[in-house]
Design a protein around this ligand. Sequence first.
Ligand code: NAD
Length: 482
Amino acid sequence: MTNITVAKGDGIGPEIMDATLKIMEAAGAEIKVETIDIGEKVYLQGHSSGMAPEAWESLRRTKVFLKAPITTPQGGGYKSLNVTTRKTLGLYANVRPCISYHPYVATKHPVMDVVIIRENEEDLYAGIEHQQTDEVTQCLKLITQPGTEKIIRFGFEYAKAYGRKKVTCFTKDNIMKLTDGLFHSTFDKVAKEYPDIESEHWIVDIGAAKLADTPENFDVIVMPNLYGDILSDVAAQITGSVGLGGSANIGAEYAMFEAIHGSAPRRAGQDMANPSGLLLGAIQMLVYIGQPQVAQKIHNAWLRTMEDGVHTYDLFKEGVSTKKVGTSGFADAVIERLGQEPQQLAPIAYSAGTTHKIQGHFDKLEPAKKDLVGVDIFLHWNGEDRDPNVLGDILSKFTSGPFSIQLITNRGVKVYPNGNPETFCTDHWRCRFTSKKMDQPSSYNDVLALSKMITEAGLDIIKTENLCRFNGELGFSLGQGQ
Ligand code: NAD
């Protein structure tokens, strides 16, 4: 018997959760449910994360969370329960199988069986944002070596456990050479550890276009957080309905399973909603907790139900469907078919090998030899028609150690020296101080001395960013035009 924490959520949540629990019970799942309250009611009671302290205690005890969708109240001050849960519990891997069930569910893509594995904690979702000037806001994109190695190994381990043939990586490293570049180079490095699995990389824009056009060419796709967030919804939708998507969020110690859709408030309380997304999430949970036979039994009964044309309103189509059912009627139809396999769709077989908890690890890096070779000083400057040459002349008076002004960029484009007068300039200037060849190491005292001089000259420093070499390699991007 495995203890699990269950939250029924808001809107259609309680109905689809009751249906899912009923099916699991009928299939003989050995689970003991602890129910907690989350969502709208809890937010409105004053818990800004949407979860009360006693709910966290249950999760810490069971470490397995089956969660129905919630309604996030409108207005400010409410933190996303999903983001909080993922980060608090270290759920770094989001797994979303996106499969089409042609001809039983209408889809433009009859052959589609893709698993999207999305990094769940980093990237632009670190939530570190600042307004820096009147005109400019920024969001920090953090891609780490441990986070990247863990998710990419997870992707390959998942492919291995489920007998999948290929892992694809999407990044935008032609533009973001350091951050997405780290993701891509880590992918290439880890792929070598799995010679039996094919690996490939696409730039995310053309990769996304291909995924939407010919999903049959993809198998497992691993991506940084933002691309994965967007593309996993696209992939689920093109299988026929987001209502069919279930997802797992896996960490080293904890895991959370859910439907990918929201609480569909307009459908609440009417016994109409499709419980399939949550049920498919629960099936992943059963595999995770070591009950693959029960998972297999439910999955095959569910496929048979789909195939028999017993559909909820969102999938019902004259000529294809045979019977329109509500949430509870659908649960009963799945229960009736427990022990049966689909006749046309491929039956599922979860072998003992798929019961292992999949994990990705990272190798600890040897610290590199790190040399400070310069500093980018960011200024909020609005003077003299925003003429970069005027700013350049002011800054050329300041030197400290080997550092003098080499370059000014505006939104990343070189505007000094020898900029193009056509370049549009905002009030946000990145001023790069280094030695001529960016090769003379110095100390942070030079950064402090420069900052002091610049501040005393009446200029407004927004922030500074150290420029370092790691084992001699540049640890920063060059300005466009540098
Ligand atoms: P939604 O997913 O709730 O609904 C989108 C559309 O899909 C609606 O037309 C809805 O009727 C339909 N739909 C969704 N699930 C269905 C199901 N199981 N069966 C049949 N039809 C289904 O998205 P939304 O309307 O943008 O959001 C509603 C609320 O859900 C918001 O408060 C949002 O913040 C929240 N939300 C929560 C989660 C989560 O808890 N994981 C995820 C997304 C949205």
